[in-house]
Design a protein around this ligand. Structure first.
Ligand code: GLU
Length: 305
């Protein structure tokens, strides 16, 4: 069976340099192993995702020199999400959650993702196949216990998800399927065998693994990579909004921008202009630093710190 890798950017906004770096690393990983490469636009958030962001994302990724074997839009697969939800409802795992964000915060349980863990308060409100469709937040009851998982880089992803983050939301108040649930269902349907993504999502991996087990889906190999940070005052923040790819395109050719980003990824020491395919021959994860890289944006151009 051929390997299947995917890149799954959210279309909640325009692409930024971090989007391109994540796309480049996932693409290099896939293409260097002869794997099938799937681009999945994650557009489930009805408030933040706009069709124009999806169109621009495709155009920016093509301009940058990436290609894919299959293009998917997550919102077109609601039938699969609904069927998986029903499977968990039948198993007696799904409950309605009436807790507000403020209530969850008031419990003060630190979450593995830097937020607050859900204290699993509404577990008694189990839904049935006849009443689960009514609007409201739905969560899945997880079993207690450690899920052991390892990143391909050797880093531990092990966790007890039922306490580290609490029972995950599967369907949100606005009716949209939640990220952790949809990602598992769609990776399963597509037959994804390798997940390459930013290390900010690593704390959710154990939750995704436990959901895979509940849905009888296989667990892919995981590889979490460095993030791009930007200097904001004396703080470092994940690079978002500082500059979009559209603005960078006014300053850089695709090869120039790829050269700069590949330099930060340890794959192009001199930062010389080159297209993604020129990086294939020399690509190896051992060359990619595991620590985040910081950029300064000045006059519409990027500089490494
Ligand atoms: N859609 C997520 C994001 O853009 C990534 C999902 C994933 O790779 O699992 O951050």
């Amino acid at each position: 069976m051929p390997e299947v890798c995917r890149f799954a950017p959210s279309t909640t906004g325009s692409a930024h340099p971090g989007t391109l770096l994540a796309g480049l690393l996932a693409w290099l990983d896939a293409r260097s192993r002869g794997a099938r490469f799937v681009l999945r636009l994650e557009d489930l958030d009805p408030e933040r995702c706009q069709p124009v962001f999806a169109t621009q994302m495709l155009e920016d990724l093509r301009w940058f020199g990436l290609d894919w074997d299959l293009l998917e839009q997550q919102s077109r697969h609601a039938v699969g999400h609904q069927a998986a939800l029903l499977q968990l409802v039948h198993a007696g795992r799904v409950y309605r959650c009436n807790c507000s964000r403020a209530q969850i915060k008031a419990h003060g349980l630190p979450g593995a993702d830097g937020g607050y863990a859900y204290p699993n308060l509404c577990r008694p409100n189990v839904v049935t196949p006849t009443n689960f469709a009514a609007p409201g937040v739905l969560r899945v009851r997880l079993d207690e216990g450690e899920i052991s998982a390892q990143d391909e880089s050797g880093q531990s992803l092990s966790q007890n998800p039922s306490t580290a983050l609490g029972d995950p939301v599967v369907r949100r108040r606005d009716g949209a399927f939640a990220y952790n649930f949809a990602v598992v269902v769609d990776d399963g349907r597509i037959g994804v065998t390798r997940v390459v993504r930013g290390r900010d999502i690593a704390p959710s991996t154990a939750t995704q693994v436990i959901l895979q087990r509940l849905l009888a889906l296989p667990t892919p190999t995981y590889r979490h990579h460095l993030l791009l940070l930007e200097e904001r005052g004396d703080k470092l923040a994940k690079l978002h909004g500082a500059i979009g790819v559209r603005a960078l395109r006014a300053q850089y050719t695709a090869a120039e921008l790829c050269g700069v980003l590949a330099q930060g990824a340890g794959l192009n020491p001199e930062g010389k202009p080159l297209m993604p395919r020129a990086l294939l021959a020399g690509f190896a994860w051992e060359r990619v630093p595991s620590f985040d890289q910081t950029l300064r944006v000045e006059g519409g151009r990027l500089y490494w710190r």
